[in-house]
Design a binder for this molecule. Structure first.
Ligand SMILES: Nc1ncnc2c1ncn2[C@@H]1O[C@H](COP(=O)(O)OP(=O)(O)O)[C@@H](O)[C@H]1O
Ligand SMILES: O=C(O)C1=C[C@@H](OP(=O)(O)O)[C@@H](O)[C@H](O)C1
Ligand SMILES: [Mg+2]
Length: 464
């Protein structure tokens, strides 16, 4: 294939039934192959993703070549996101308004352009519990990515958006386009020297400049602590380093601080869904996210499999079966504690109290750091202590087994070995505890897996 002449070093000999890829320049450091090859491997699709280094003058020729040679889908990155539109048979309305295309999908006669950066960021924010509807937003910077961010704010119903930029005209150009699209004045450009004109309030702050990418970088604008303290949450489009000075400032303020890795993740997932006309599950999305984190920041955990989740989720049952299947040692922290104390869990709760039991759990998990090739089922309350959940993430890959309240109740209603559910109305207690613990489990895990649909075998397949 002639298009392979543009493949970067290391990818020249890639072979698969279908090719995916990315056009950009420079393109050597792209992480997109991690996203898409992880997806193809997990789904059993014969597809490979290739970075192509394409110069400006070759862009339209390469788009045509890729189409003629059957390339299934492409991402487009810097510096081609605008110009590529000239080489397409159609452009999605959102991409047109943003003025940038990052995804090409095969249609009759050529490629159609989409922008998945924008919904990717929106999805990333949603998973972090950050809503845009009726929100007041301050965007820092008006470069390439800022157009997609402004469009996202407007189309998800933000009340007011300020774009602060050194060059006022760039912010103004984005504001004009977005207000025309919205049919009202939602977006306002602010020259950086006029930052004090932004009214007092609490804002979602989105950092769209490249300041923070390099060592020694400071804050995007030198406005002082008082300015940044008006943030109620901070989002940085940068993901490497994981924590920019801007995000450090947000952490210091104690507000949610989100880097750009989930945006990278979801723009990729959405592109892959468009190319293959399928829906990527929550579990697989989590696996891709973990693969990305490992690729960028390095893998820092043991090779154990750790199962967490609410009572009755199946930690003990799935854990035992999985260990057998993989030839791993099985450890259940409840059984471990019962053996060590020579007492049952209900007896420990009754005679020594819950606090005593929780301290034992922390001791156990510390010891487990030495282990390898183990499947570890935890007791349902073990990850609730932050210290424990941090330790678990070192011990191995942490899977959060999830089942809804009805399934859980059906599974545990006749059991007498869970002291916390020996009450008059266990169903209501289950609902209340799940609501409280759910977000803790979600934060404590790497990968979410449902156990209320499908067989034990299917649940195990999801895990490895
Ligand atoms: N995937 C599953 N499908 C059907 N039943 C399950 C499944 N996982 C667990 N169970 C049943 O639910 C009950 C509680 O499971 P258990 O493994 O003790 O949960 P946990 O250790 O998370 O509290 C057991 O009776 C078990 O047989
Ligand atoms: O959720 C909890 O706080 C508990 C869960 C139980 O383990 P399972 O989740 O395996 O039932 C056991 O550790 C103890 O009864 C407390
Ligand atoms: Mg158990």
């Amino acid at each position: 294939m002639e298009i392979m002449k543009y493949a970067i070093q290391g990818y020249e000999d890639v072979a698969a039934e279908h090719l995916l890829g990315i056009f950009g320049n420079p393109i050597k450091h792209t992480l997109s192959p991690v996203i898409h090859d992880t997806l193809s491997d997990a789904l059993g699709l014969s597809e490979r993703y290739v970075p192509f280094c394409v110069e400006d003058e070759d862009l339209s020729r390469c788009v045509k070549l890729a189409y003629d040679e059957g390339v299934l889908g492409l991402n487009i990155t810097v510096p081609h996101k605008q110009h590529v539109m000239e080489s397409l048979v159609d452009v999605d309305i959102a991409a047109k308004t943003i003025g940038a295309v990052n995804t090409l999908v095969r249609v009759e006669g050529g490629y159609k352009g989409y922008n998945t950066d924008m919904p990717g960021l929106a999805k990333a924010l949603e998973t972090e519990g950050i809503a845009l509807k009726d929100e007041t937003v301050i965007m820092l910077g008006a470069g390439g990515a800022a157009r997609a961010v402004a469009y996202m704010c407007v189309s998800y119903g933000a009340k007011q958006v300020y774009i602060v930029n050194r060059t006022y005209a760039h912010a103004q150009a984005i504001a004009d386009d977005m207000n025309a699209f919205a049919g009202k004045a939602v977006v306002q450009a602010v020259a950086s020297e006029d930052y004090k004109s932004i009214p007092d309030g609490k804002y979602l702050m989105i950092q769209c400049t490249s300041v923070g990418l390099h060592e020694g970088d400071g804050m995007p604008f030198d406005f002082g602590d008082v300015f940044y303290a008006i943030a109620k949450a901070g989002v940085d489009l940068i993901y490497n380093p994981a924590q920019t000075p801007f995000l450090k400032e947000m952490e210091k303020l104690g507000v949610p601080a989100v880097n750009g890795l989930k945006m990278l993740l979801y723009q990729g997932i959405l592109a892959y869904e468009l190319w293959n006309n399928l829906t990527v599950s929550e579990t697989l999305t989590d696996k891709v996210y973990l693969a990305l984190q490992d690729a960028i920041y390095g893998k820092k955990r043991g090779d154990n499999i750790v199962l967490i989740g609410y009572m009755g989720a199946g930690k003990t049952t799935v854990g035992k079966a999985l260990a057998k299947k993989l030839g791993y040692e099985f450890i259940d922290t409840d059984l471990y504690i019962e053996a060590q104390e020579e007492m049952t869990i209900p007896d420990i709760f009754e005679k020594k109290g819950e606090a005593y039991f929780r301290a034992l759990e922390t001791d156990v998990i510390r010891k487990l750091r030495e282990k390898t090739h183990c499947v570890i089922a935890t007791g349902g309350g073990l990850p609730l202590r932050k210290e424990n959940s941090d330790l678990l993430k070192e011990v191995g890959t942490v899977y959060y087994l999830m089942a809804d309240a009805d399934t859980t109740y059906a599974r545990v209603k006749h059991c007498t070995n869970r002291p916390l559910l020996q009450c008059d109305d266990p169903y209501t207690k289950i609902q209340a505890m799940m609501k409280e613990r759910g977000p803790v489990y979600a934060r404590a895990c790497h990968i979410r897996v449902r156990t209320d649909h499908g067989t034990l075998e299917e649940v195990m397949d999801e895990i490895k």
